[in-house]
Design a protein around this ligand. Sequence first.
Ligand code: ATP
Ligand code: MG
Length: 347
Amino acid sequence: MTTTIAHRRSAELEELIGQDAAVFRILTGDRPTGRLHLGHYFGTLRNRVRLADLGAEVFVLIADYQVLTDRDTAERLDEYVTGLLLDYLAIGLDPARTVIFTHSAVPALNQLLLPFLSLVSVPELNRNPTVKDEIAHSRQAAVSGLMLTYPVHQAADILFCKANLVPVGQDQLPHLELARVIARRFNERFGLPVFPVPDALLSAAPLLLGTDGTKMSKSRGNTIPLSATADETARLIRGAQTDAGRHISYDPATRPAVSSLVLLAALCLGRDPREVADQIGGRGAAGLKTVLTTAVNDLLAPIRARRAEYARDLGYVRQVLRDGNERANEIAAVTLAEVQAAMGMRY
Ligand code: ATP
Ligand code: MG
């Protein structure tokens, strides 16, 4: 699906959400590979909170097995998982209405991978543009089977709970397309409508760039983490790439680095990026960085304060995950039983 079509579809979905958000079951997730950043916040996290507050059922997956797609071992897993939980709570995801869970705790979900793998061809897996990009940035010399097949695993993440809406960044569109194909093929091949066909919901900021001008990614060292201190934020923004132009303008096609900083400031301020650029104008890159630092720190101050409060009660934070895992297991067991029944595995 092209981005334009995905944006158009997202606009239609927003109308449906406006009418009755409760008809949507939402699944999204993050890899515990580092600290969540502003790309996550504007690309998907904010949407999760909004949809949950509107009454949709929200599932949030901490994709621990998928850490191994592009590295040999998962480092600092416990620290990153806890960090993700703290961020979710700090941005306002209410655990009473959200199921937060990890892959590794839900065996029945992972088992769906086997029938799903049988529904896709190797050429289909090979031509996934996001996987190609991730292979280019991978820390491994050879491409692992998990790297090539993790989009199928993601289909299992989405379909085990029969989610029909997935708020994502642009990099996820090829994966969502594959999940749709798998849902349709499963239903057709086994003759029962077991799975809904899920939709991607793009936010207004589906691809935020990092301080080096490429996609802001936890693993690329180019992020502004939600949990950074105000000083760390200022330092990261000071080191961000700009260009030689003295006057600040918003023109993503010709000035991607500067424009992405302008966009970040505009998103934090809830304003139009062109207006923000005009206002900074002749104050140049230094002026832009000052405006951006203040905007980010103002936006994140209350989130950081809530995060610090939750960090003082890690017993509660871990319980949130245990409860989520328990609920995810109940749901996965029901779906797996349906899948096995549809496939004739009733012994
Ligand atoms: P990694 O580098 O380890 O892959 P990541 O920063 O890409 O980390 P993920 O955990 O892979 O983060 O992605 C989680 C979610 O955040 C996905 O829905 C993805 O589309 C979205 N997302 C990630 N980066 C961005 C970004 N720069 N802009 C908008 N959305 C993003
Ligand atoms: Mg990623």
